[in-house]
Design a protein around this ligand. Structure first.
Ligand SMILES: C[S@@+](CC[C@H](N)C(=O)[O-])C[C@H]1O[C@@H](n2cnc3c(N)ncnc32)[C@H](O)[C@@H]1O
Length: 231
């Protein structure tokens, strides 16, 4: 890995989560109907399948798709035999998911209207950056809130796979640490790290029995896990 890759990633374009200050419902009320283009479908399904390869959920797992959008990922998960519930903050995207008869609910990943210990697994594709994309303390605080929520709704042996678009390696590491503090074993997997267009960042999470509040965090994230092939 190149030395300078550790110093941060250059992100040229302003992202929607920055432009809309983290307000996904507003952004997707304008963009919603255009979301299901074939190009987006192809990219999102590739990302999901790579995520599933990393996490390897047992068959029949009951999964929660956080930031499910129009349900592109949920359709694939159902086809693979998983039971799946979706949650999203955008009523406009959920309308499309509901028309496909998918089981979805309106809700924010920071405070999910879901009882404790309900899901064997969580899948979250291209959504977490909406929460951490805000500069400064607010984004940092919110990612910890999300990490605690994920821990709360997962069963004791629950696992999760998150793919997201951090703006820098520091932001990716910070997210990993937040999930460790929440009580997960967290592994950061970065595919195509030195190619800004193809770079994909995954957080692989396994619930541990005890919370990590008193542990030193951040030293055991694995970067990257080269035994698994990038898509
Ligand atoms: C790029 S889309 C990805 C949708 C879907 N996961 C896929 O792969 O097609 C990002 C999604 O995250 C959702 N989202 C953003 N912030 C959220 C939040 N705080 N809680 C729940 N969903 C959120 C957006 O509404 C949007 O549906």
């Amino acid at each position: 890995m190149a030395q300078n890759a550790r110093k941060g990633w250059f992100v040229a374009k302003e992202r929607p989560e920055e432009k809309f200050s983290g307000n996904a419902a507003k952004f997707y009320s304008q963009e919603g109907s255009g979301y299901e283009k074939n190009s987006i479908k192809n990219i999102q399904s590739k990302i999901l399948l790579r995520g599933l390869q990393l996490v390897n959920f047992p068959s029949n797992s009951k999964l929660l798709d956080v930031g499910c959008g129009t349900g592109l990922g949920m359709e694939i998960l159902k086809e693979l035999g998983f039971k799946v519930q979706g949650i999203d903050v955008s009523p406009d995207l959920l309308k499309i998911a509901k028309a496909k008869k998918l089981k979805v609910m309106l809700g924010d990943m920071r405070k999910m209207p879901i009882k404790d210990l309900q899901f064997d697994g969580i899948v979250s594709i291209s959504a977490l950056q909406w929460v951490i994309g805000k500069d400064g303390a607010e984004g940092k605080r919110d990612v910890q809130v999300v990490a605690d929520e994920f821990f709360r709704v997962l069963t004791p042996k629950g696992k999760a796979i998150i793919q997201f678009y951090p703006k820098s390696e520091d932001e990716a590491m910070h997210a990993g640490k937040a999930f460790k503090i929440a009580g997960f074993k967290a592994t950061l997997q970065i595919d195509n790290e030195n190619n800004a267009k193809k770079r994909k960042v995954y957080l692989l999470l396994e619930k541990k029995r005890e919370k990590n509040k008193k542990e030193k965090v951040g030293l055991s994230l694995q970067l990257p896990n080269s035994q698994l092939d990038p898509a």
